[in-house]
Design a protein around this ligand. Structure first.
Ligand code: 5GP
Ligand code: SF4
Ligand code: MG
Length: 460
């Protein structure tokens, strides 16, 4: 999901949030929502669909206020329905709060029981609403906004980057491992006007300047007095999701002081160094495979070009909920350049293979278009384990590499050769401490323990 928050009295906060969400659309295409606070009054609009479908000028005009939070959703828990759209708005002793969540809690069963015992009226099936109710519960028991939020966060396990609007200010929070990203920006020319967004591309679009990341285990409180930081949990270990870096986040977003485009090019260079192949042309699967394909070309000397053209107006295939939709989505999406491919030995680079359905179809498409050899190179290791922290990689039995060797996958995809980047290669290319990432979908080494019953729901 994508989350956004802004505190800026005197500005059109709804419109700024709209633009922020527009830049974060890739993080979720199922539903979108904005809540604004005008004193203690909350104005909320949310619905199924893309940001541009959910909002228009007249809807935005109905959302006045001093501060706003916004959300773009892609469902990992809870079904794909309008009631599950965010922000979640919940009543408390101090007024309403509006919460936008990115990530996945792993202790929802326990949290749900606790909340139901205290007569809480859960209306949805999402973990995000549970966090909102937990905060309200702490506030109702006497806590202020910040303490209430901290106490609620201590009851949560898993991945959570939160943006929370209240009548008094906006909070931004990251879980102690910092699994999902969250950044702070400053509105241009207004030193005390802060913005929160999942990624820096959500700041760029409104001309806000990137200040820094919200730290793992940090809460920032933004109000009339500016920004206050509280380290609510000492960070045991940082565990940023490596999939954010290799695939999920936008290539123009900054992580560790460089664009992910640069990081992904480096993955491609490393991939070429590990598994070069003689060929006439290398190209990426648009859009996510392109930076790595450029890097692969640079390091291998194989000419870079385009082999597939993407219709940019079709959403990411994998975010659509059903397999049938996914398959028809794919046909709508990529078209081969026949005269470019005819007679060529090609290297096709992608960021990952998850189920293998995209890749298998693409290989077939390329051969039909006249490619004589198809070599596939993947800029991450085989995905063998499901994610429990907010990326929808499905159950383990759906993952092609969970049960098949690379040689068997190559056979199934009908490629002339297949190679994945090594795990070390992927982590070394980050130039960060290799322990500071979650890479559980490649190793099964989950940094936040998964309760047995949750594990059983997804593991073979
Ligand atoms: P597949 O070949 O597994 O069907 O699809 C792999 C392609 O889809 C890659 O281009 C990748 O960008 C994208 N993709 C599809 N589903 C997922 C997913 O659940 N997680 C990630 N990280 N990428 C996915
Ligand atoms: Fe990211 Fe994979 Fe860890 Fe999930 S399991 S948080 S997708 S690295
Ligand atoms: Mg892709």
């Amino acid at each position: 999901c994508g989350v956004f928050g802004i505190y800026a009295p005197g500005e059109d906060v709804a419109k700024l949030t709209y633009f922020g969400l527009y830049a974060l659309q890739h993080r979720g295409q199922e539903s979108a929502g904005i809540a604004t606070f005008e004193g203690t009054t909350v104005h909320l609009h949310k619905d199924m669909g893309l940001v541009s479908q959910v909002f228009n000028e007249s809807v935005l005009q109905e959302l006045p206020g001093n501060l706003a939070v916004g959300h773009t959703r892609y469902s990992t828990t809870g079904s794909s329905r309008k009631v599950n759209a965010q922000p979640a708005v919940v009543e408390s002793r101090l007024g309403k709060l509006a919460l936008a969540h990115n990530g996945n809690l792993v202790n929802t069963v326990q949290l749900r029981e606790e909340l139901l015992q205290s007569q809480c009226n859960l209306v949805t099936t999402t973990d995000s609403e549970m966090i909102a109710f937990a905060i309200a519960e702490e506030v109702n028991a006497g806590a202020n906004w910040v303490d209430g939020c901290i106490q609620a966060c201590r009851r949560c396990q898993g991945a959570f980057s939160l943006v929370i609007g209240t009548p008094d200010g906006v909070m931004g929070v990251r879980d102690p491992n910092g699994i999902r990203p969250l950044v702070i920006g400053i509105l241009a020319g207004e030193p005390d006007r802060y913005v929160l967004a999942s990624e820096t591309c959500g700041l760029d679009i409104i001309g806000a300047e990137y200040l820094r990341d919200v730290q793992p285990g940090e809460l920032v409180w933004i109000n009339e007095e500016g920004l206050t930081s509280i380290q609510w949990q000492q960070q045991s270990q940082r565990k940023l999701c490596i999939f954010e870096m290799i695939y999920f986040a936008r290539p123009d977003s900054l992580m560790h002081e460089e664009t992910l485009y640069s990081y992904r090019m480096r993955l491609g260079r490393r991939l070429a160094a590990e598994s070069a192949v003689e060929a006439d042309l290398v190209f990426g699967v648009p859009d996510s495979g392109i930076p790595a394909a450029i890097g692969f070309s640079q390091a291998s000397g194989v000419a870079y070009g385009e082999g597939l053209i993407k219709n940019r107006y079709v959403g990411r295939t994998f975010i659509q909920p059903t397999q049938t939709m996914r398959e028809s989505g794919l046909r709508m999406k990529l078209n081969p350049l026949k005269d470019v491919l005819a007679g060529k030995r090609v290297v096709i680079v992608d960021d990952s293979i998850v189920r293998g359905t995209t890749s298998r179809k693409l290989v077939k498409t390329l051969r039909e278009a006249g490619a004589v050899e198809v070599h596939m190179r993947i800029s991450s290791p085989p995905v063998t384990h499901p994610c429990f922290y907010g990326i929808d990689t499905d159950t383990q039995d759906q993952l092609i590499a969970a049960t098949k060797s690379v040689a068997d996958i190559a056979k199934q995809l009908e490629v002339d050769s297949l190679a994945y980047l090594s795990w070390e290669g992927m982590l070394e290319a980050t130039r960060e401490d290799t322990n500071s990432f979650c890479s559980a979908c490649f190793t099964g080494d989950y940094p936040v323990a998964i309760p047995e019953q949750v594990k059983r729901s997804k593991l073979i």
